[in-house]
Design a protein. Structure first.
Lengths: 387, 319
């Protein structure tokens, strides 16, 4: 599918970000999503000015190091301009960073929504709550979006770049607010809570409780009930918030940036994700493909040359070095290596061509020789993506 | 001091995990294939079914009912609701179940309300297959390393929450199977790259501290071949000088520059990877087997690659 072009210059990530307030970096795990999000945020702070926040879920030491931080915590911290200067850049704006701490964020949320101190303390002490906030996978997805909403509504930042949690299903975090709202409004939930409130169990519902009791045990059921009775006091707040979060995701100030590599599995996930975003009428702003092998590996005349080299290494190596036998061996390895990587490069290029639902902006980032460990590295990556 | 890790093929239940994108499904498929080649009846289970495991055997996507997809290899995909249905049918024999409304709705409720329910139904089904000895080895293409802890720790977590009742009696026997290092093991798959190595090291600690399952091996996937030794590398540098390059291009009948450049890139990639591999090995317990699987320079991933990977895995295990 031919990319749709805006009138005039072809769209770039830099251009896209200049008109947005929220960028959500999403995609499969292990493709450099966190680093890409940080690089894009650093570029936005450097080039556009204003206050830019990168909200990461990855506690990687390296990212903290690259940003010149001791560590990244739940609270937002500003990146020292000195860190940019060391990379040879005078930023026009400010770069801030925060990490998502699920447990901490849930506790904050309870503190904010609880109607009174007693309810707050009871919820925080409830074993089920502790389990949900600490371990429950979906709670991570929900809280990421909740935190984004909170920060955005405070209006402190011009641009927020979000690195999404690695989810089982890449879309879980999109559904999390709605799922939570549905859950709190469910009839079953109210059903379960009733008897522990009124101790009145009627003939129609009794079988359900006796089964539930047998499966889960009375104490556990009581814990569940206590938890949800307490939580009901915050029900309105939660549902209203979930709706607001869902609206924010589809707002025109929000865009999604899908990050992937050209390997089969991640690319398939990224493609699925892009299609789903479009189906949900969410704005797919860009696809970024990381770790792309250089074009020259796919050149067919060079491949023929490499094959030719592999077939006559002795003649090629003759007289070039003091060790013709070693030189022949080296040339054989060199030629075969080219052919091997050529297979991978062609496979990946084919996959890129087959990529469906391509957005306006599709950026490929070449394979970097070294790992990114400082601001200079982030900016180098950022520049590859930016224009 | 613990006993040496048993051979992977001697185990009854193996969870294969790893950071997304490192090839854990490929390794799970290779392990299943290798075990089948050793005459074992294998059940391969995809937990987050995307159909990738079946595709590696060039078979149609699987469902909850195991189906043979290769000689000796049956495959299924986990469906927690089906698992609950099976469980209720086997253990409760309560006719009322049919009357408490659609099971799906009740299940959705319980699963959302009580964390760990989905996890326990997954682990429970796998342990059940082990206990009933329907198969010699159950290989699990488990959730990514971010989620595996929650799954493996679920029986213990439920045990802590639920003091009595049917579930409690169920988690006890599951824990027996999961805690037995001669029966159950975890395989962590990684690649020689920075983040996967970090995550693997972190996983090692968490598995030890938060679960009762033993880490049996670390598999490093996509290890690039070493092109040269030190002597070869010196010669390579001589061949890359402009004079030698010109002679080579002349003799080969075309510019060899991109071919030499590609080799330089391959050497750099290999060297970066070797650094991470070293860091991995330094951070792991010395008695933990680290198995290396080569990068596969193939057009597509299918049965042929699965067989090649099984062969490589077998060699690493000393079979």
């Amino acid at each position: 599918m031919a990319p749709r072009r805006a009138t005039g210059a072809s769209p770039t990530i830099g251009h896209l970000l200049s008109a947005k307030e929220i960028v959500i970096a999403c995609g499969p795990g292990g493709v450099g999503k966190t680093t890409t999000a940080a690089a894009v945020a650093a570029m936005a702070a450097a080039e556009h000015g204003g206050r830019v926040l990168v909200l990461t879920v990855d506690p990687a030491r390296r990212l903290a190091d690259a940003l010149g931080l001791q560590g990244i915590g739940n609270a937002e911290v500003r990146i020292d301009d000195e860190v940019f200067k060391q990379a040879g850049i005078t930023p026009r704006g400010e770069l801030w960073a925060a990490m998502l701490d699920t447990k901490q964020s849930w506790d904050d949320l309870i503190r904010r929504h609880a109607p009174d101190v007693a309810t707050r303390d009871q919820i925080l002490a409830n074993p089920l709550y502790q389990n949900i906030s600490g371990r429950f996978v979906q709670s991570h997805d929900y809280i990421a979006m909740e935190r984004l909403y909170e920060i955005h509504s405070e209006g402190k930042y011009d641009l927020i770049v979000v690195d999404t949690p690695p989810t089982r299903n890449a879309l879980d975090f999109l559904d999390a607010p709605q799922r939570l709202a549905d859950f709190f409004s469910s009839r079953l939930l109210r059903w379960l809570i009733v008897p522990y409130r009124s101790r009145l169990v009627n003939a129609a519902t009794k079988p359900f409780y006796s089964v539930a009791d047998r499966i889960l045990g009375t104490q556990f059921l009581a814990d569940i009930s206590e938890f949800f009775i307490l939580f009901q006091s915050m029900y309105e707040g939660f549902v209203t918030r979930s709706d607001a979060v869902t609206r924010l995701l589809s707002d025109r100030r929000t865009t999604f940036m899908v990050v992937s590599t050209l390997e089969a599995t991640p690319l398939r996930e990224a493609e699925f994700f892009s299609t789903e975003l479009t189906a949900r009428k969410l704005h797919l702003g860009a696809i970024i493909l990381n770790k792309v092998l250089p074009d020259y590996l796919r050149d067919s005349s060079t491949a023929r040359l490499a094959q030719h080299m592999a077939d006559q290494v002795d003649a090629l190596a003759e007289g070039l070095t003091d060790e013709p036998v070693v030189a022949a061996r080296v040339l054989k390895e060199v030629a075969e290596s080219f052919l091997h990587f050529g297979i991978v490069a062609r496979r990946e290029a084919e996959q890129q061509n087959e990529l469906k639902g391509a957005p306006d902006i599709l950026v490929t980032v070449p394979f970097f020789d070294a790992d990114i460990y400082d601001m200079g590295g982030l900016i180098r990556l950022g520049q590859q993506v930016w224009d | 001091v613990s006993a040496p890790a048993p051979d992977l093929l001697q185990l009854k239940l193996v969870f294969v995990t790893g950071k997304g994108g490192v090839g854990k499904t490929t390794v799970a498929a290779a392990l299943a294939q290798l075990a089948a080649e050793h005459g074992k009846r294998v059940l391969a289970c995809e937990v987050d079914a995307k159909g990738d495991l079946a595709a590696l055997f060039e078979a149609a996507p699987t469902n909850f009912v195991p189906r043979e997809i290769a000689p000796g290899v049956a495959a299924m995909s986990m469906d927690t609701e089906a698992s609950l249905r099976e469980y209720l049918k086997l253990h409760l024999r309560i006719p009322i179940v049919g009357r408490i409304g659609p099971l799906a709705k009740a299940f959705d409720f319980v699963a959302t309300a009580a964390p760990g329910v989905r996890e326990i139904l997954t682990v429970g089904k796998l342990c059940y297959e082990v206990r009933e000895r329907h198969y010699d080895l159950v290989v699990v293409d488990a959730p990514a390393s971010g989620h595996i802890i929650g799954q493996l720790a679920a029986p213990q977590a439920i045990n802590d929450l639920v003091k009595v009742g049917l579930i409690r009696s169920q988690t006890d026997w599951m824990l027996d199977i999961l805690s037995d290092a001669q029966k159950t093991g975890l395989v962590a798959v990684t690649t020689p790259e920075e983040m996967p190595v970090n995550e693997t090291l972190e996983l090692t600690t968490r598995v030890r501290d938060e679960t009762t399952v033993r880490l049996s091996a670390v598999v490093v996937n996509r290890v690039l071949p070493e092109l040269f030794g030190q002597r070869e590398e010196e010669v390579f540098e001589q061949l890359r000088t402009p004079e030698s390059e010109a002679v080579l291009s002349e003799r080969a009948g075309g510019s060899v520059a991109p071919v030499l450049e590609a080799a330089r890139l391959a050497v750099t990639m290999r060297r970066t990877g070797a650094g991470h591999l070293q860091r991995l090995q330094a951070g792991l317990p010395p008695d933990l087997p680290v198995l290396l699987l080569p990068e596969m320079f193939t057009r597509t991933h299918g049965l042929r690659t699965t067989h090649q990977m099984a062969q490589s895995l077998g060699e690493e295990l000393g079979h």
